[in-house]
Design a protein around this ligand. Structure first.
Ligand code: HEC
Ligand code: HEC
Length: 298
């Protein structure tokens, strides 16, 4: 056990170094690198302690085959124990998964379950990268990841008011809004709302909302698709979307999105909005329910 502990700590430390390097580069945080290191060492050592209890509790569901016990008995205790078991997650993702304080640890609460599950698979299968977290989820079964996804999806918590205040002209913001609400027919790109819902709160079960996300997070995600760092299940429609948008307009889009207040109903829409089917080139492997034009139809 002592040996195991040492190896685990060595892994955390190298993970932290890599994390700081990547995030420093990606998100202009070079100057706070030293501070980040300290924070992360704090988080990591706290996490290690938490992990011990998490693994103790998750070992059974991960290793054991489906238990013959009644489903009702299981779900009666589900929420409480899940809140406990996901403490290692909320150390980074904020209390109940409401997001970390600095815009780098995304909110989990209330996002569509299928979307969250897909992301856990993406990290586990190398389509998204964040080593400290990947280590934590690597030993978990797919069914357990689905359970965690359902748990966070079911949490309904208020959103903070939008806080983006980067300098950008009203014309650029208007350009951002145009991409989001109208798309660009000449480039064969529908509005973001066509997939992310008219209220931009997402569409069940696989499409996330675009409001309530910090500017830094939005920029990092769109940038990651641009450089191939982030991928979704193939065909990856978001990679295609980002490819069709001039890079200077991506910041206009994220700046506009990060300034929008959330609507009263923050739940993801139950189904995709009515309207023309998506062009075949924008089929989403991660959200097969989105209607796509069959070959031959416009
Ligand atoms: C050490 C910090 C850390 C821990 C611990 C951690 N995460 Fe994460 N998680 C992150 C970061 C950072 C990202 C965003 C990475 C990126 O920019 O792509 C992320 C992204 C995610 C996403 C994608 C969210 C989205 O909206 O796309 C999910 C889902 C997720 N984490 C779930 C979990 C779960 C479940 C656990 C616990 C088993 C966990 N995380 C533990 C830091 C962490
Ligand atoms: C053809 C459908 C489609 C269109 C059009 C589309 N998206 Fe997406 N988007 C998706 C899907 C599906 C996902 C989830 C991908 C995954 O599983 O990783 C996604 C994910 C995202 C995410 C990640 C959210 C998070 O929490 O990490 C961002 C940001 C995003 N889209 C922004 C946009 C913007 C901005 C536009 C318009 C310019 C847009 N999308 C247009 C389908 C679409």
């Amino acid at each position: 056990m002592a040996l195991k502990t040492k190896t685990a700590e060595a892994h955390w430390t190298s993970g932290i170094t890599r994390y700081c390097r990547r995030f420093g580069y990606l998100q202009g945080m070079r100057r706070s690198l030293k501070l980040m290191n300290l924070i992360n060492i704090g988080v990591a050592s706290g996490l290690w302690l938490l992990c011990v209890s998490v693994w103790a509790q998750t070992a059974a569901p991960v290793a054991a085959p489906a238990s013959p016990r009644s489903e009702t008995a299981k779900s009666a205790r589900f929420e409480d124990s899940m809140a406990e078991r996901t403490r290692a997650c909320t150390a980074c993702h904020g209390d109940q998964g409401r997001a970390g304080p600095d815009g780098y640890y995304p909110r989990l609460a209330g996002k569509p379950a299928g979307y969250l599950h897909n992301q856990l698979r993406n990290f586990a299968q190398g389509r998204r990268h964040y080593e400290l977290m990947t280590r934590l989820i690597d030993p978990l079964s797919d069914e357990y990841m689905a359970e965690m996804a359902r748990y966070f999806a079911a949490l309904s918590l208020p959103y903070p008011p939008p806080s983006a205040s980067n300098a950008i002209s009203p014309e650029r913001l208007a350009r951002g809004q145009q991409w989001v609400t109208q798309g660009d027919a000449a480039r064969g790109l529908p509005a973001c709302t066509q997939c992310h819902g008219v209220r931009l709160t997402g569409v069940q079960p696989h499409v996330p909302g675009l409001l309530g996300l910090p500017l830094d997070y939005l920029n990092a995600q769109l940038g990651a698709w641009q450089t191939g760092q982030r991928k979704a299940h193939a065909p990856d429609c978001m990679a295609e979307v980002v490819k069709r948008i001039p890079p200077e307009d991506l910041i206009a889009i994220s700046s506009w999105l990060a300034r929008q207040p959330l609507p009263a109903d923050t739940q993801a829409a139950a189904r995709p909005p009515a309207g023309p089917a998506l062009p075949a080139a924008l089929r989403c492997g991660s959200a097969p329910e989105l209607p796509v034009a069959t070959k031959g139809t416009p």
